[in-house]
Design a protein around this ligand. Structure first.
Ligand SMILES: Cc1cc2nc3c(=O)[nH]c(=O)nc-3n(C[C@H](O)[C@H](O)[C@H](O)COP(=O)(O)OP(=O)(O)OC[C@H]3O[C@@H](n4cnc5c(N)ncnc54)[C@H](O)[C@@H]3O)c2cc1C
Length: 252
């Protein structure tokens, strides 16, 4: 979701998020109605298929939900057509729950049945209000204009593969507090904070881009993979970087 309040528009007008060439079909299904479905046995499930992958994990809101995503490549030219909702309204980045057309739902259900295990596909088909998120990225090289600063989602948009939006917002806020405490002037603190922020976000943006490329845009031929090839593929993708979800460390 892209958050553009008036100040961002005013000071950072020239920058727009770029569409990266794929969308995510998304949905939430309460655990309560998934009783005995094997998909609930795992906190995080990955499914891979030709040219993409799907992920499902549990989240807590008022109750426990299965949060699922299916990535699908959609060309920039086809995107505008896809982002028309059931009322004929054109969207630029997403279609909200409840607004998918019958054609959207049929396509999603067929896609799920074609690429996913039956129990997961059926879960997707039964989800009441799936939605579409067109994947965009925006990596700013400026987070500050005098004493106006951008942090969290306002400071940029990364591809969702590294699931870092919430932690980045928190990290930036904590870092701001610490930097303000350790500097004598606000301006000196903001200069230091912006520099640290840009470095931290650029590293994450690169990882998000690499993962999107490896998992969706140029994924390997999964059928040909064994454990050794998977290990090698992961090492190449991470290139020594670390991701909090895994404890893999690249020796090279
Ligand atoms: C569907 C979806 C799934 C996601 N999954 C994950 C995930 O698994 N892991 C992860 O780390 N991140 C995830 N994210 C991203 C994460 O939610 C965001 O990156 C994070 O919430 C950003 O925090 P923020 O404080 O910058 O913005 P927000 O959480 O959006 O907070 C902005 C706040 O400002 C308020 N606001 C807006 N305009 C005004 C105004 N004019 N006046 C006053 N208040 C205003 C809004 O109501 C909101 O409360 C997901 C996002 C989406 C949309």
């Amino acid at each position: 979701m892209v958050f553009t309040p008036w100040a961002v528009k005013y000071y950072f007008l020239i920058l727009k998020p770029d569409y990266v060439g794929y969308i995510a079909w998304r949905g939430l299904q309460p655990f309560a109605i998934l009783a005995n479905n094997p998909i609930t046995n795992s906190e995080l499930s990955y499914y891979v298929y030709e040219h993409g992958h799907s992920v499902a994990f549990s989240i807590m809101q008022s109750e426990k939900y299965l949060n699922w995503l299916i990535y699908e490549k959609v060309s920039a030219t086809d995107l505008a057509n896809l982002l028309k909702d059931k009322n004929g309204q054109q969207h630029s980045h997403s279609i909200a729950p409840g607004l998918l057309t019958t054609e959207h739902l049929q396509h999603l259900q067929q896609l799920a049945m074609d690429i996913l295990p039956e129990n997961f596909a059926k879960t997707i088909c039964k989800t009441t209000s799936p939605f579409i998120q067109a994947i965009h990225e925006l990596n700013l090289d400026k987070h500050r204009q005098n004493r106006l600063i951008l942090l969290g989602d306002a400071a940029g948009v990364l591809r969702p593969h590294i699931a870092s939006g919430a932690t980045q917002a928190l990290r930036a806020a904590i870092s701001l507090r610490e930097t303000l405490q350790s500097n004598n002037t606000i301006d000196a603190a903001l200069t230091e904070w912006e520099s640290k922020e840009i470095t931290a976000r650029q590293q994450l943006a690169k990882l998000a881009e690499i993962m999107g490329d490896a998992l969706v845009l140029n994924s390997p031929s999964w059928q040909q993979m064994d454990q050794a090839k998977m290990d090698q593929w992961w090492k190449c993708m991470m290139q020594g970087r670390q991701w909090y979800v895994t404890d893999y460390e690249d020796a090279n």
